[in-house]
Design a protein around this ligand. Structure first.
Ligand code: IPE
Ligand code: IPE
Ligand code: MG
Length: 233
């Protein structure tokens, strides 16, 4: 594993289509997707990836039916009930990005419990993006910065590196590899700032079917790329 692969982010897409293909309702696809999430987290930690960020629920996903939204809000609870033991065994530290305080109280409790149960783990950071939207994150950061300037806490002299301290991802490095499943070629408001120089990998595989071997294929593809960051040979 190359040292340069610190942060992998995944837009986990295609659960609904996967369910339809199997003649089941959308929640069945999300349930299967949760198992895939756990498998990928364990795999990524075995591969010594430092940070794995998974897009679980966007600020735009509230547009879905009440039934689906309710299920997606219950899913973190089901996920940790079933998989916390394996997450602990893999020494994974669970973190969240997104507007967590706007989630239902029960979901917030699950989030807080997952953070506290895993806070002393020293292995991979698993960052779950729940009620996350990148444009909203950036606007929130701009407001916090403007507020700090207005209160005289800091000068009006913002630099790129300092701006990152206002983002929800301030503790994590820039994304090295961004993967999107399900054959869609878009970012859907995920980590727009943080992927400035990420390598992009798109696969037609629907998320529930994206297994450890396919994850390794994506990483091998990444390893064959030549990142220049604007420089020249
Ligand atoms: C991704 O799968 C999971 C979430 C966005 C919560 P989708 O639910 O978007 O599945 P498709 O895209 O409809 O197949
Ligand atoms: C992106 O998937 C959001 C998550 C994976 C949580 P969507 O299915 O919501 O994206 P669009 O609507 O196809 O762009
Ligand atoms: Mg989708």
């Amino acid at each position: 594993m190359s040292d340069s692969l610190n942060h992998v982010a995944i837009i986990m897409d295609g659960n609904g289509r996967w369910a339809k293909l199997h003649g089941k309702d959308r929640s069945y696809g999300h349930r299967q997707g949760a198992t895939t999430m756990k498998n990928l987290a364990v795999k990524a930690s075995e591969l010594n990836i430092k940070t794995l960020s998974l897009y679980a629920f966007s600020t735009e996903n509230w547009k879905r039916s009440e039934k689906e939204v309710n299920y997606l809000m219950k899913l973190p609870g089901l996920f940790f009930d079933q998989y916390l033991k394996e997450i602990m065994e893999a020494n994974i530290r669970v973190r969240f990005i997104g507007f967590i305080s706007d989630l239902p109280k029960a979901t917030q409790k699950v989030v807080a419990n997952a953070i506290s149960a895993t806070k002393n783990n020293t292995g991979m950071e698993l960052v779950l993006a729940v009620n996350y939207g990148s444009q909203q994150e950036i606007v929130h950061a701009v407001k916090s910065y403007a507020n700090d300037v207005a209160l005289g806490y800091r000068e009006n002299d913002l630099e790129v590196n300092e701006f990152e301290n206002y983002l929800m991802t301030k503790e994590y490095s820039q994304v090295d590899l961004l993967i999107r499943t399900s054959g869609e070629y878009r970012l859907s408001n995920f980590l727009l700032w943080q992927i400035s120089y990420a390598e992009l990998y798109f696969t037609p595989t629907l998320f529930p079917d994206f297994d450890g071997d396919q994850f390794e294929s994506a990483i091998n593809d990444y390893q064959s790329r030549h990142r220049r960051f604007g420089g020249a040979e």
